[in-house]
Design a protein. Sequence first.
Lengths: 448, 352
Amino acid sequence: MSDLLAARAQMGTSLAFHIVFSVLGVGLPLLLCIAEGLALYRKDTMWMMLTRRWTRAAVVLFVVGAVSGTIISFELGLLWPTYIKYSGAVIGLPFMLEGFAFFLEAIFFGLYLYGWERLSPLTHWLCSFPIWISGLASAWFIVSANSWMNTPAGFVFRHGQVTGIHPLQAMLNPSTPYETVHMILACYVATGFGVAAIYAVAMLRGKRGDYYRKGLLLAMTMGVIAIPLQIASGDFNARFLANAQPVKFAAMEAIFKTESGPPLRIGGLADPQTGQVYYALEIPHGDSLLVNFDLNSTIKGLDAYPRDDWPNPLPVHLSFDAMVGCGFFILFVALVFWFLYWRKEGIVPENRILLWGIVLTGPLAFLAVEFGWMVTELGRQPWVIYGVLRTKDAVTTAPGLDISFLAFSLIYVILATALIRLLLEVARSPLPKVEIPGQRQEPEIAGV
Amino acid sequence: MLSVAFIALSILWLGLIAYAVLGGADFGAGIWDLFAVGPMATHQRHLINHALGPVWEANHVWLIFLLVGLFTVFPSAFAILMVALFLPLTIVLVGIVLRGAAFMFRTYAADSTSPFARVWSRIFSTSSLITPFFLGAAAAAVASGRIRAVGGITHADLGSAWTTPFALTIGAMAVSLCATLAAVYLIVEARNANDNALAESYRLKALIAGAITAVLGALGIFLSPTQAPLLWQGMLAHAIPIVIITMLIGLATAYSLFARHYHTARVLIILESAFLLGTWGISQIPYLIPPDVTIDKAANTPEVIVTLLIATGIGMVFLLPSLYFLFSVFKRSYAVPERQKREAIPGKVSLE
């Protein structure tokens, strides 16, 4: 395996692993905050039980997120020293701010997890706010750094040197508003439907009761608020990319030839060798209409750019369509759920087909996040900093990158195995008994 | 002399000291966990879990702070270090990752006697030993002046810089310093838990580990004229008073442990670590990576550094009170309730 390929494989594996936990690190604390708030406000033990149970899962997920994030911050330097030399100089600010946000998150997570007996119920609940707020801020900062890689700004690059650096301009580069909003919404979509899926599984296995209904309802509420916003945000992103990163856009939409009124190609294999798209479902003039609200507008294809600057359209196009497909399936399931909920006047629907649909939305929501990142990252190739630094020029000269890739892949397999085992233990253990000041109630004993 | 780059580096050095006295003690606790045998072993593990649980995650973030600070303020130097020290830093990274995950896996396993928990427990303690060793050796490789970067080009070092007798000595010293820090803290934790037998055992451990640290430190100084000449010359030129203060604090720490003034010992061992790292930093001036990279040459533009300093100031306004709150809730002297002493696993205490 070449050094470049090994380094890209290791980085890709690390990002794909870490993103799952960063998404939950942003989404779960908000669920905890709402559930605990409801428990205290309504003096409801059921909400408190959900809070306790989610906390136990959150701690495990948070730690794996922290260690896998540490891997990434090292890898940026260990694998891509030339990249970090430029990006450290220009876009270091959001990395540093993210460091502070992560610090606050870790501090209040420590207080939240271990402080049940040491803090008053109100103080404990208040500790959940800095957690979800700094999780949100972390996501914004890190994605603004990634936005900079896509639309670099705030510096002048001349003869291999960066000068005239404006850290704030770099952080607030043109992609930032689009990418950050899209990712933050993705966190709430994935967490919402991911948690909902777990309660749908429990209900399909015959578990019934207030505990499961409340868990499902809160998670679905989070998801259903986020998913339509997310689809709208995706639409804004695509139209932004058509201008800001037209090569990436052409690869996403599998457009090889510049033409007026190109069709919307759904699925299909875009072969960069032949310049053909095989087996795609084509909607005539669709792409033109979506981008410019005009049936016959001209959209630049990959042929408008040097062959050396092309990303591989095959995975980029398929990932893009897969992400959009997941998004619309989730939206459909959410709409059916809320339609039935409204029809039954506020009773959580327990239709088996619907529950199966919710079970599917969980993994699909996370897959959509993964596919979305593949579009962003593979679509930016062959550049690591778009138009400034090519990926092949950024890789380290250190030897043994294939061994490093194998070693870290092994670590991920081990971490994932141990994590799944622990989470299953959490799910199978009996529900916690909880007390809320001023209210006592014997909880039913079951699992999940 | 007092450029913004220098101010930024001083702040990073304070971050390094914070990581050493907080994160270092976490490593040290893991090292004692490795050596915990016999009838008191389970007891010791419980104490270690109890002491680390709420704070280890936050202690660990200092490293991220350092990493990010280094690549934003000194981007070109960071790139050189990452290439030259690829191998030891990769080992450090694996160690940090396994350690963090293993601590959580063993603490949260439903049955602490299961093979799952026992294997992760062993991974936790082994990686606690390996990580500071390679961190120390990598730092010594920098200090020894063996990482060359003429014109900003460097090559991965496969051992010629970080396996010298000097680097190995400093690596071992990092391990024993972590162990000493942890032992001193754990005396206080054990006494808070009203466990005098355990406190006495940690007092002995602190004295032994402290003595080993002193011997290795002396050996390091002895080796440096030949193996780290620039460091040695820098030390003679502008760090002699600090070296003497460091030695005196070391002696005072030993005395306070001997006389059982544990809270004083805790303050002194923190000061000792700060002075040790301070001596290194001051001896290295004006180099960041001797002999080819100076602080001023490697620094980002002053405007960017000023922005970063302002951002750090704003960050600290949020961070310091939060840290104070965390430690005041969990590290204030308190009598450990009976129930908690039996329940070793903090997260589970509230659930039973």
